[in-house]
Design a protein around this ligand. Structure first.
Ligand code: NI
Ligand code: MN
Length: 238
């Protein structure tokens, strides 16, 4: 899959690690030590240049504070999730809102809407409200535009995001139960107008039943939906 000199590695579930053509690294939704499908050699991915957080659910932020530790690694999150992360000890959090754009590691990242919750807590207790869930539209220096949907269902304004950003590749959740499954993700692919789709948030636990193969059967034949497993890399070094 051609990603204009950039590459992205799936660490399993909703966790992705980008390496830009300039060698900078951006981690999305650190779920590492506690991620049952993250390969052991990727549970400590080493220093990164920026961390993006889509929402406050435990399967997206569980390892964030441990990962950034005492470092000044920049972290970008919603106002509410950011406040929680600061309280937990993260040192360099930038709080932002949907529609806002920041730059990290040479990449312009716009926080965009996602149709999902964001309560912070464990499976039985929400300890903090967490604001709204988000995705990110990433504009890389060499022109690649990648849409990280975060956790979401399909929503009609994906067409507006396509109009504004013209994404080349979409990273979509397809596992079903907590997000859309393949039968709904096919509509996201159409609204976004992308020809390259990477699938996440599936296969982690038995109820997350969607698969790339199921989505591939539903999309037009000119849309690339590769098979992948935790640890798979796409783009420059694939
Ligand atoms: Ni979630
Ligand atoms: Mn999730």
């Amino acid at each position: 899959m051609d990603l204009k000199g950039n590459s992205v590695t799936w660490l399993g579930h909703g966790t992705w690690l980008w390496t830009t053509s300039e060698g900078k690294r951006i981690l999305v939704d650190p779920f590492l030590q506690n991620n049952p499908v993250c390969p052991d050699d990727l549970k400590q991915p080493g220093p990164v240049d920026g961390v993006l957080v889509t929402h406050g659910h435990i399967d997206h932020i569980a390892d964030l504070v441990g990962f950034v530790g005492e470092s000044e690694t920049p972290v970008f999150a919603s106002w509410e999730v950011g406040a929680y992360l600061i309280e937990q000890g993260a040192k360099a959090v930038t709080q932002m809102g949907i529609g806002g754009t920041i730059e990290t590691a040479g990449v312009r990242a716009t926080m965009v809407f996602a149709a999902h919750g964001s309560g912070i807590g464990d499976s039985e207790h929400t300890m903090s409200e967490g604001g709204g869930a988000a995705g990110f539209m990433l504009h890389f220096p060499d022109g690649l535009v990648a849409y990280h949907a975060g956790d979401t269902d399909v929503f009609g304004d994906m067409a507006l995001l396509a109009e504004i950003h013209s994404p080349d590749v979409a990273i979509l959740p397809i596992g079903d139960l907590f997000t859309m499954g393949p039968e709904r993700a096919v509509h996201a692919v159409r609204l976004l107008g992308v020809k390259k789709v990477l699938c996440g948030h599936w296969g982690t636990f038995p109820p997350l039943t969607g698969t790339p193969g199921a989505l591939r059967k539903l999309v037009p034949s000119d849309v690339e939906v590769p098979d992948l497993e935790p640890g798979s890399t796409f783009g420059a070094s694939a």
